[in-house]
Design a protein around this ligand. Structure first.
Ligand code: 4NP
Length: 167
């Protein structure tokens, strides 16, 4: 007989945020989403993770500037960098890319499969915008801009999940 908890576990929604290095944008998106789910008492309902399309920062903590900015905004980050793999495409329900280059690279890895769940993060931004800009070569204002874009976009994403009865 299959234990009940296995069935319950299978019901968890799985969300993966993806950027290039997995040290700036996507671990911040992961941290913000977990923070909001915690505040709403929904953290047990969702698996939230992040990764990079590159192998540049496997095992690395988020960039110190991202960590400082997140902390300033009340969000703690604990992720370690990892690279996207094709099994992620099978396992996650939503795969949210930070920019168009990463979106294309994820689609390419899927080779025509899983297209419906591979989306641009800013599809959910209630304000106009296309990509979450890469802050890696930027200054503190750029890191704060990324925080604000992600904060809004994740609110929009959570509203989308609720509207679909997924949360
Ligand atoms: P992320 O930013 O994709 O938001 O993590 C970057 C981090 C590292 C590099 C580029 C972008 N890099 O070239 O090492």
């Amino acid at each position: 007989m299959i234990p009940k908890f296995v069935g319950l576990k299978a019901l968890k929604m799985k969300v993966l945020f993806v950027c290039l290095g997995n040290i700036c944008r996507s671990p911040l998106a992961e941290g913000i989403m977990k923070h909001k789910l915690n505040l709403d008492g929904l953290i047990e309902k969702v698996v939230v993770d992040s990764c990079g399309t590159s192998d540049y920062h496997i095992g690395d903590m988020p960039d110190v500037r991202t960590r400082k900015n997140a902390e300033k905004n009340g969000v703690k980050l604990s992720h370690l960098g990892r690279q996207l793999s094709s099994s992620d495409l099978d396992q996650f329900d939503f795969i949210l890319a930070m920019d168009r280059a990463n979106h294309q690279n994820i689609l390419r890895l899927g080779n025509g499969t899983h297209q419906d769940k591979i989306k641009l993060m800013r599809e959910f931004d209630p304000m106009e915008g296309d990509e979450v800009p890469d802050p890696y070569y930027g200054n503190e204002d750029d890191f704060q801009e990324v925080f604000e874009i992600l904060d809004r976009s994740i609110d929009g994403f959570l509203a989308h999940l609720r509207s679909k009865g997924l949360l």
